[in-house]
Design a binder for this molecule. Structure first.
Ligand SMILES: NC(=O)c1ccc[n+]([C@@H]2O[C@H](COP(=O)([O-])OP(=O)(O)OC[C@H]3O[C@@H](n4cnc5c(N)ncnc54)[C@H](OP(=O)(O)O)[C@@H]3O)[C@@H](O)[C@H]2O)c1
Length: 264
């Protein structure tokens, strides 16, 4: 992977991105991102409901990448076009499909803090720029032979596995609530099946593996940057969630790990 591309803007943004990832990791010592029923805040400040919060936060994922992408010289080449398709597929799920399918317990307060949206915008803008600029302009290895390179094939397999695990786990969580939950229904239940047999947060493991796969198949440091941010964000959140489950359910399966099967 190329650390120094010679493009001052790109190399500077990449360095800023990795410093930001380190800061996110440090901040996890003080708690996890303030959204969702378990970790969202109830105090002052601008708050949104979960569905709106997710759509607003993730929307730059669907905007910045294609804008920067189509400014690149290689935008019409087959390998870059393939990565554009993967990107739009991934962010259509994250910014639109998953939030719109979420089942929200009636009467629960809006708890998606605007500070989380701002951090998301910052991350997605850097992430979209770094990957699009590299894939459609700066990267020199995206020739058709890349489709048969072992890095591409291995990365694609990891991505497909991670994405499937992520959406399957989100599906299990969603179905813990009825389509139109009643206010007196318990808000949280213990999830079973699929990746939940091994870990408390297979949805986060799937997301992390998706970005491992994307980094390997594109072989670029912009994708490693978002992998670092995702891990810095989701591994501590999985540990907090795991602890929360143990605290709130006496019959929570003891053998489950938080996010990495048999290890963590
Ligand atoms: N790339 C990244 O850095 C990144 C960061 C964060 C999330 N994500 C991805 O975005 C998706 C959503 O993430 P999230 O953090 O919101 O996930 P989450 O905490 O698992 O919540 C997802 C949905 O399921 C509900 N839910 C969770 N646990 C439940 C339980 N035990 N019983 C009943 N309902 C439950 C939540 O309700 P409440 O809202 O009421 O709690 C929410 O509606 C995941 O696929 C995740 O991997 C990616």
């Amino acid at each position: 992977m190329t650390w120094y591309t010679g493009n001052t803007l790109y190399d500077t943004v990449l360095t800023v991105g990795f410093i930001f990832a380190a800061l996110i990791l440090l901040s996890s010592v003080y708690g996890t991102a303030k959204y969702g029923g378990r970790f969202g805040t109830k105090g002052g400040g601008i708050k949104m409901g979960s569905k709106l919060g997710w759509v607003v936060m993730e929307f730059p994922g669907l905007l910045v990448f294609p804008i920067v992408y189509f400014m690149g010289r290689n935008a019409m080449e087959p390998v870059p076009l393939f990565f554009l398709a993967v990107w739009m597929f991934h962010y259509s799920n994250r910014a639109l499909i998953n939030p719109l399918l979420m089942r929200v317990q009636p009467g629960t307060q809006s708890s998606f803090d605007f500070s989380v949206v701002l951090a998301g915008w910052f991350t997605l803008t850097i992430h979209g720029y770094l990957n699009a600029a590299y894939i459609s302009e700066l990267g020199t290895h995206y020739v058709p032979a890349w489709f048969s390179d072992p890095r591409f094939l291995t990365g694609l397999a990891i991505y497909a596995f991670g994405f499937t695990l992520n959406i399957h786990s989100d599906h299990i969580l969603r179905n813990l609530r009825s389509k139109h939950p009643k206010p007196d229904e318990p808000r949280y239940k213990i999830p079973y099946g699929g990746g939940f047999r091994l870990v408390s947060c297979p949805q986060y493991l799937g997301e992390i593996l998706s970005f491992v796969g994307f980094a390997v198949m594109t072989w670029n440091l912009g994708a490693v940057f978002v992998l670092a941010i995702t891990m810095a964000n989701l591994i501590p959140r999985a540990l907090y969630t795991h602890k929360w489950f143990h605290k709130n359910f006496d019959d929570y399966p003891r053998e489950r790990k938080a996010v990495i099967p048999f290890i963590l």
